[in-house]
Design a protein around this ligand. Sequence first.
Ligand code: PLP
Length: 493
Amino acid sequence: MGSLPLNTFNPLDPAEFSDESHAVIDFIADYYRTVENYPVRSQVKPGYLSKHLPNQAPLFSEPIDTILEDIRHDILPGLTHWQSPNFYAYFQANASTAGFLGEMLCSGLNVVGFNWISSPAATELENIVMDWMAKLLKLPPCFLFSGGQGGGGVLHGSTCEAVVCTLVAARDRTLRKIGHDAISKLVVYASDQTHSTVQKAARIVGIPPTNFRIIPTSAASGYSLTAHSLRAAIKADVAKGFVPVYVCATVGTTAVGAVDPIRDLGKVSNEFGAWYHVDSAYAGSATICPEFKHYFDGVELADSISMNPHKWFLTNMDCCCLWVKKPSELVDSLSTNPEYLRNKASEGNEVVDYKDWQISLSRRFRAIKLWVIIRRYGVINLVEHIRSDVAMAKQFEMMVSMDKRFEVVVPRKFSLVCFRLKPRFDGDDASSINQRLLEMVNSSGRAFMTHAKVDGMFVLRFAIGTTLTEMRHVEMTWKLIQAKAEDILLEDV
Ligand code: PLP
């Protein structure tokens, strides 16, 4: 009698792992070599993929070469190529070799360090890397594990998660003082430039939608939230019996890259006892350069601060750094201690259990990725990487301002340039021509930009930061924009 060949399926056979990983790496290397040739914004129509793929999962195993061939043929055309050097949309998700290697180590080792004992090195490396990052960003000691004041940092997958966690801690801190039934009194403050993640977080944590204050900004303040308008909004609420619970300031807003006055807003938030969060998702990376450090002036007044290495720190998705002055406030809101996780180290209070600093229990070993990036490139190269993007943005801004048909709408601070075709005569619908211009550039497949609306104006955003972008790409795209603008202006005569 024969037996069933139970040993033939080994999904983690080291020899196969090595062979097939090499095939995938070669595939990706080839992708990077040719990424410039793909239309940057995918040109497919909704539903295209189901025409290419079978509607049932395969019963038997398929070779990796066949799968890679299908990716080349069916998936790549449906991708918007974020790693294309001509990608200037949203904010970049800049990949790098070290970021990829770190991600591979994270995924390959595949440990789940939810508490210290579940993988001590994962927790301890995260403690160390968060302090390294804090020092690179010149954050004050109150946010460092080694700062001796009880602070520390944690890696989340996204700013959205970080904001939810800090808002939960803020909510509970306030409700412990005023009673848990008073949740309908809590008010969250943001500006009309604050990322929508804060509004989403407020909804998630149960702040009534009518208690989310969106304070207007204007060109006069460079689209920054002023302390004067924050104070006025808070005072009006307090007079009606509301309780300020959370203020979010931003360094590098999504639409136009504005910077809120961190110290001034911090003073107001502290005066009224609101949790003060600084979101520097995009521009936080720039503060590793001394010339951008001043944007964090006053950050010691914050309760928490976050930034996304996956935007501008050569870190493959995903990675968000969150520092908190009093991590115990996060833990008070987020910790659970089921019997099956109990252990001596946690009970001895000698260790960090990151499960209590985040929403989920399971967590990725992101620290190894950030650690590999910092070690592999060194601070010198990381600073140079930021500076070269900023230098290209500066040149682009100059080219725009030298063309009389265009105007730079918001003075550039980092690597984002906001500009538009000027209205040609009184009453000209500048928004509509800029919308057309954007669509013509994007549908050409040769570059991809996105837009913002400021003061009712439709503005084109040119965000530089994709790792492969060089000045020749920026110049080529500017020529493309000019040529498309020419077509529009000629059509309209
Ligand atoms: N905050 C700012 C200022 C952003 O620009 C972004 C994304 O662009 C976010 C938050 C959201 O980040 P995440 O996707 O990591 O949640």
